[in-house]
Design a protein around this ligand. Structure first.
Ligand code: 4AZ
Length: 238
Protein backbone atom coordinates (compact mmCIF):
# COMPACT_ATOMS: atom_id res chain seq x y z
CA UNK A 1 0.00 0.00 0.00
CA UNK A 2 1.40 3.38 -0.98
CA UNK A 3 0.32 6.63 0.67
CA UNK A 4 -1.36 4.84 3.56
CA UNK A 5 -1.00 4.46 7.30
CA UNK A 6 -0.37 1.63 9.69
CA UNK A 7 -3.47 -0.08 11.10
CA UNK A 8 -4.04 -2.58 13.91
CA UNK A 9 -5.69 -5.93 13.34
CA UNK A 10 -8.61 -4.98 15.63
CA UNK A 11 -9.64 -2.47 12.96
CA UNK A 12 -9.40 -5.03 10.13
CA UNK A 13 -9.73 -8.55 11.60
CA UNK A 14 -10.76 -10.01 8.21
CA UNK A 15 -7.39 -9.26 6.56
CA UNK A 16 -5.01 -12.21 6.28
CA UNK A 17 -1.53 -12.78 4.85
CA UNK A 18 -0.67 -15.69 2.57
CA UNK A 19 2.75 -16.94 3.58
CA UNK A 20 5.13 -19.31 1.87
CA UNK A 21 5.91 -22.14 4.31
CA UNK A 22 9.46 -22.62 3.08
CA UNK A 23 10.15 -18.91 3.61
CA UNK A 24 8.51 -18.77 7.01
CA UNK A 25 10.35 -16.66 9.56
CA UNK A 26 12.15 -13.42 8.81
CA UNK A 27 10.63 -9.99 9.07
CA UNK A 28 7.82 -10.66 6.60
CA UNK A 29 7.10 -14.32 7.44
CA UNK A 30 7.20 -15.30 3.77
CA UNK A 31 4.19 -13.08 2.94
CA UNK A 32 3.47 -13.05 -0.81
CA UNK A 33 -0.19 -11.99 -1.08
CA UNK A 34 -3.17 -10.84 0.94
CA UNK A 35 -6.56 -12.41 1.50
CA UNK A 36 -9.86 -11.80 3.26
CA UNK A 37 -12.03 -13.97 5.53
CA UNK A 38 -15.63 -14.35 4.24
CA UNK A 39 -16.65 -17.36 6.39
CA UNK A 40 -14.84 -19.10 9.30
CA UNK A 41 -13.18 -21.60 6.93
CA UNK A 42 -13.21 -19.55 3.70
CA UNK A 43 -10.62 -17.01 2.55
CA UNK A 44 -10.76 -15.13 -0.74
CA UNK A 45 -7.61 -14.16 -2.58
CA UNK A 46 -6.57 -13.37 -6.14
CA UNK A 47 -6.32 -16.35 -8.50
CA UNK A 48 -3.03 -14.96 -9.81
CA UNK A 49 -1.57 -15.33 -6.29
CA UNK A 50 -1.66 -19.12 -6.75
CA UNK A 51 -0.34 -19.13 -10.30
CA UNK A 52 3.04 -19.60 -11.90
CA UNK A 53 3.52 -15.86 -12.18
CA UNK A 54 4.06 -15.50 -8.41
CA UNK A 55 7.65 -16.39 -7.45
CA UNK A 56 7.96 -18.42 -10.66
CA UNK A 57 7.85 -22.17 -11.08
CA UNK A 58 4.83 -24.36 -10.54
CA UNK A 59 1.39 -23.28 -9.29
CA UNK A 60 1.14 -23.21 -5.52
CA UNK A 61 -0.01 -26.36 -3.75
CA UNK A 62 -1.85 -26.26 -0.43
CA UNK A 63 1.20 -27.72 1.32
CA UNK A 64 3.32 -24.77 0.16
CA UNK A 65 1.63 -21.96 2.08
CA UNK A 66 -0.42 -21.00 5.11
CA UNK A 67 -2.84 -18.24 6.07
CA UNK A 68 -1.80 -15.89 8.87
CA UNK A 69 -4.90 -14.39 10.54
CA UNK A 70 -5.33 -12.09 13.52
CA UNK A 71 -1.84 -10.63 13.14
CA UNK A 72 -0.94 -7.15 11.84
CA UNK A 73 2.81 -7.34 12.42
CA UNK A 74 4.40 -10.17 10.45
CA UNK A 75 7.29 -10.10 12.94
CA UNK A 76 4.84 -10.89 15.75
CA UNK A 77 3.39 -14.13 17.07
CA UNK A 78 -0.24 -13.13 17.63
CA UNK A 79 -3.25 -14.61 15.92
CA UNK A 80 -3.29 -17.94 14.09
CA UNK A 81 -1.31 -19.67 11.36
CA UNK A 82 -3.79 -21.94 9.59
CA UNK A 83 -3.16 -24.50 6.87
CA UNK A 84 -5.26 -24.74 3.73
CA UNK A 85 -7.08 -27.96 2.82
CA UNK A 86 -8.40 -26.96 -0.60
CA UNK A 87 -8.16 -24.25 -3.23
CA UNK A 88 -10.82 -23.30 -5.77
CA UNK A 89 -9.59 -21.19 -8.64
CA UNK A 90 -12.38 -19.40 -10.51
CA UNK A 91 -12.75 -21.42 -13.74
CA UNK A 92 -13.55 -18.17 -15.56
CA UNK A 93 -10.25 -16.58 -14.51
CA UNK A 94 -8.46 -15.52 -17.69
CA UNK A 95 -4.74 -14.79 -17.10
CA UNK A 96 -4.39 -13.11 -20.50
CA UNK A 97 -7.00 -10.43 -19.71
CA UNK A 98 -6.87 -10.65 -15.87
CA UNK A 99 -10.67 -11.04 -15.78
CA UNK A 100 -12.17 -13.04 -12.89
CA UNK A 101 -9.05 -12.94 -10.71
CA UNK A 102 -10.42 -14.79 -7.66
CA UNK A 103 -9.67 -17.96 -5.70
CA UNK A 104 -11.30 -19.43 -2.59
CA UNK A 105 -9.16 -21.14 0.06
CA UNK A 106 -10.73 -23.63 2.49
CA UNK A 107 -9.00 -23.66 5.87
CA UNK A 108 -8.32 -26.83 7.87
CA UNK A 109 -9.74 -25.21 11.02
CA UNK A 110 -12.22 -22.37 11.50
CA UNK A 111 -11.32 -18.80 12.39
CA UNK A 112 -13.48 -16.88 14.88
CA UNK A 113 -16.79 -15.59 13.52
CA UNK A 114 -15.59 -12.10 14.52
CA UNK A 115 -13.01 -12.22 11.69
CA UNK A 116 -15.67 -12.55 8.96
CA UNK A 117 -16.55 -9.62 6.66
CA UNK A 118 -19.75 -9.39 4.62
CA UNK A 119 -19.54 -9.39 0.84
CA UNK A 120 -21.31 -6.60 -1.06
CA UNK A 121 -24.12 -7.48 -3.48
CA UNK A 122 -23.90 -6.39 -7.12
CA UNK A 123 -26.44 -3.59 -6.72
CA UNK A 124 -24.91 -2.31 -3.48
CA UNK A 125 -24.51 1.46 -3.09
CA UNK A 126 -20.90 0.82 -2.03
CA UNK A 127 -20.03 0.43 -5.73
CA UNK A 128 -21.19 3.93 -6.67
CA UNK A 129 -18.39 6.11 -8.09
CA UNK A 130 -17.15 8.54 -5.47
CA UNK A 131 -17.65 6.10 -2.58
CA UNK A 132 -14.71 6.09 -0.14
CA UNK A 133 -13.00 2.70 0.01
CA UNK A 134 -10.09 1.34 2.03
CA UNK A 135 -7.44 -1.04 0.72
CA UNK A 136 -5.29 -3.13 3.08
CA UNK A 137 -2.02 -5.01 2.75
CA UNK A 138 1.63 -5.69 3.51
CA UNK A 139 2.79 -4.82 0.00
CA UNK A 140 5.21 -2.30 -1.43
CA UNK A 141 4.93 1.12 0.25
CA UNK A 142 7.02 3.04 -2.31
CA UNK A 143 6.60 1.44 -5.73
CA UNK A 144 10.30 0.64 -5.51
CA UNK A 145 10.25 -2.66 -3.63
CA UNK A 146 10.06 -1.56 0.01
CA UNK A 147 7.68 -3.99 1.73
CA UNK A 148 5.83 -3.46 5.00
CA UNK A 149 6.09 -5.84 7.95
CA UNK A 150 3.08 -4.18 9.60
CA UNK A 151 -0.36 -3.97 7.99
CA UNK A 152 -1.19 -0.72 6.20
CA UNK A 153 -4.31 0.85 4.72
CA UNK A 154 -5.04 3.67 2.30
CA UNK A 155 -8.28 5.51 1.57
CA UNK A 156 -9.10 5.59 -2.13
CA UNK A 157 -12.40 6.05 -3.94
CA UNK A 158 -14.46 4.01 -6.33
CA UNK A 159 -13.96 5.57 -9.75
CA UNK A 160 -16.22 5.43 -12.81
CA UNK A 161 -15.49 2.57 -15.21
CA UNK A 162 -14.50 5.17 -17.79
CA UNK A 163 -11.42 6.10 -15.72
CA UNK A 164 -10.03 2.57 -16.02
CA UNK A 165 -11.30 2.06 -19.60
CA UNK A 166 -9.26 5.12 -20.56
CA UNK A 167 -6.16 3.93 -18.64
CA UNK A 168 -6.39 0.28 -19.73
CA UNK A 169 -8.01 0.01 -23.17
CA UNK A 170 -6.14 -3.21 -23.85
CA UNK A 171 -6.50 -4.43 -27.39
CA UNK A 172 -4.38 -7.46 -26.78
CA UNK A 173 -4.06 -8.94 -23.35
CA UNK A 174 -4.88 -7.19 -20.10
CA UNK A 175 -7.77 -4.74 -20.22
CA UNK A 176 -10.38 -3.24 -17.91
CA UNK A 177 -13.89 -4.74 -17.82
CA UNK A 178 -16.46 -3.19 -15.51
CA UNK A 179 -18.52 -6.38 -15.15
CA UNK A 180 -15.74 -8.35 -13.44
CA UNK A 181 -13.52 -5.53 -12.13
CA UNK A 182 -13.77 -2.42 -9.96
CA UNK A 183 -11.80 0.74 -10.70
CA UNK A 184 -10.55 2.59 -7.60
CA UNK A 185 -7.84 5.06 -6.82
CA UNK A 186 -6.84 8.51 -5.72
CA UNK A 187 -7.75 11.21 -8.28
CA UNK A 188 -4.79 13.26 -6.98
CA UNK A 189 -2.49 10.23 -7.10
CA UNK A 190 -0.37 8.94 -4.24
CA UNK A 191 -2.70 6.39 -2.62
CA UNK A 192 -2.99 2.91 -4.07
CA UNK A 193 -2.42 -0.81 -3.75
CA UNK A 194 0.95 -2.05 -4.95
CA UNK A 195 2.99 -5.24 -5.48
CA UNK A 196 2.42 -7.71 -2.64
CA UNK A 197 -1.08 -6.40 -1.84
CA UNK A 198 -2.73 -8.67 -4.41
CA UNK A 199 -5.62 -10.71 -3.06
CA UNK A 200 -6.22 -8.30 -0.19
CA UNK A 201 -9.49 -6.48 0.44
CA UNK A 202 -11.07 -3.28 -0.82
CA UNK A 203 -13.75 -2.33 1.72
CA UNK A 204 -16.50 0.25 1.39
CA UNK A 205 -19.40 0.87 3.76
CA UNK A 206 -18.20 -2.03 5.92
CA UNK A 207 -18.55 -4.50 3.04
CA UNK A 208 -16.02 -6.28 0.85
CA UNK A 209 -16.31 -4.89 -2.69
CA UNK A 210 -13.01 -5.91 -4.30
CA UNK A 211 -9.73 -7.80 -4.17
CA UNK A 212 -6.45 -6.18 -5.18
CA UNK A 213 -5.75 -7.50 -8.68
CA UNK A 214 -3.62 -5.33 -10.98
CA UNK A 215 -2.74 -1.90 -12.31
CA UNK A 216 0.07 0.04 -13.92
CA UNK A 217 2.55 1.37 -11.39
CA UNK A 218 1.38 2.45 -7.93
CA UNK A 219 -0.29 5.71 -7.01
CA UNK A 220 -0.23 7.28 -10.46
CA UNK A 221 -3.29 9.53 -10.78
CA UNK A 222 -3.92 8.53 -14.39
CA UNK A 223 -3.52 4.76 -13.72
CA UNK A 224 -6.04 3.66 -11.07
CA UNK A 225 -5.92 0.34 -9.22
CA UNK A 226 -7.98 -2.50 -10.65
CA UNK A 227 -9.80 -4.83 -8.25
CA UNK A 228 -11.71 -8.07 -8.74
CA UNK A 229 -15.45 -7.29 -8.49
CA UNK A 230 -16.20 -9.85 -5.78
CA UNK A 231 -20.00 -9.51 -5.92
CA UNK A 232 -20.24 -10.73 -9.52
CA UNK A 233 -17.22 -13.03 -9.74
CA UNK A 234 -17.80 -15.00 -6.52
CA UNK A 235 -20.46 -17.68 -7.05
CA UNK A 236 -23.57 -17.58 -4.85
CA UNK A 237 -22.39 -20.76 -3.11
CA UNK A 238 -18.69 -21.42 -2.70
C1 4AZ B 1 0.70 -6.29 -8.24
O1 4AZ B 1 1.63 -6.47 -9.01
C2 4AZ B 1 -0.04 -5.01 -8.28
N1 4AZ B 1 -1.44 -0.24 -8.26
C3 4AZ B 1 -1.19 -4.88 -7.56
C4 4AZ B 1 -1.89 -3.69 -7.60
C5 4AZ B 1 -1.44 -2.65 -8.35
C6 4AZ B 1 -0.27 -2.77 -9.08
C7 4AZ B 1 0.42 -3.96 -9.04
C8 4AZ B 1 -2.23 -1.39 -8.38
O2 4AZ B 1 0.40 -7.15 -7.43
Amino acid sequence: VVGGRQVGIADAPWVVALSSRDRFGGTRAGQFCGGVVVAPTKVLTAAHCLGREVLGGEPWEVRDFAVIAGRASLRGQGGQEVRVSDTWINPDYDPTTNSGDLAVLTLVSPLPESYVIGVARPEDAAYAPGTAADVYGWGDTTGRGSYASALRTARVQVLPDTACERAYPGGSGVRYRGDTMVCAGDPQGGKDACQGDSGGPLVAGGLLIGLVSWGSGCGEAENPGVYTRVSTVLPERF
